[in-house]
Design a protein around this ligand. Sequence first.
Ligand code: SAM
Length: 335
Amino acid sequence: MYDYLKANDIYLGRSEELMKWIAPDSVALSFWSPPYFVGKDYEQNETYDSWQEMLKTVVQLHAQVLKPGGFMVINIADILAFKDENMPRIQGMNISNHKSPVTKDMVLQAKKKYPHYNRDQLASYLGCSEQTIDRRLNGNNIRGGKHQIQTRVKLVGASLESFAYECGLYLYDKRIWKKDPAWANSRLTTNTLKAVSETEDLYFFWKAGEYVINRSRLSEIEWKEWEYRQVWEIQSVRKNDDHEAKFPEELARRVIKLLSDPDDIVLDPFMGSGTTAVAASKEGRQYIGIEKEKKYVLLARENIKHSQIQASLFDTVKIENPHTATPLSAAVFQN
Ligand SMILES: C[S@@+](CC[C@H](N)C(=O)[O-])C[C@H]1O[C@@H](n2cnc3c(N)ncnc32)[C@H](O)[C@@H]1O
């Protein structure tokens, strides 16, 4: 007889290990956002390969814990500045920043006239710095540019899809979460032609088996406003002082309402601050959370407790004041 992880708790440890202790075929929905391999504190020890291996293991453990017909929904984004040693080290030439009037043509003409001049001599002939000569000729900044590792966009969805497909989980749907532009996180804005990040992906995987389509899970407005829509517009979390990569509760709420029923078990193997569990509990679902950092396990438990206290206060107010429930509850939470 195995002692499986019980529902309605957050467990401290790595999902690659702890997911083996979830009862087989017990989870109706797993919703999660893993590390994105973008240099956050909690992913410092990962290499690209160890990160991929970790994702593969966690995806594949879902084949045993999901109920037949259950869903695994992954929120992730492509890596927009993936460092690649093998890329040519050429830096964009930002001509709007040119302070010297010396142009590439002028340098080329000078070189033609005085082919034996080195960079230093060309610089004094044209009355500019050596760095300007180098920039005009090579598009590089000799103080760093061409010596830095260049970056490219790395797509992540394809590897998730193949990890899932190998173990019998099929990509059922894909949606876009449109958040607000992440100016603050972007060092790309002044010296690049790339866009600032403002979307993330939601991959819906399905484990073969009958799944439920229950029109009453959502209101008519919810079906129209977001269920039928491929793009979900939801503001990202502004306050990141307790955890640096939370997703909004509304994102979890939509996935949970659409793909599970009350009392179902909702899993999040990358629990972070507890957002999925909070949303699950508000929607009357059970939850299992796994998180490798102790401080986040404590934070998630605290957030769940706090939201449950709020919910019970709200219920008390409703029962005691059946006619004034809405205004009175609003007043309670403002205080
Ligand atoms: C992107 S954050 C998830 C944030 C969460 N959705 C929220 O709203 O707070 C990823 C979390 O996974 C945790 N983590 C990373 N690798 C893990 C692993 N192998 N097992 C369990 N947790 C892990 C990190 O510590 C981090 O808190």
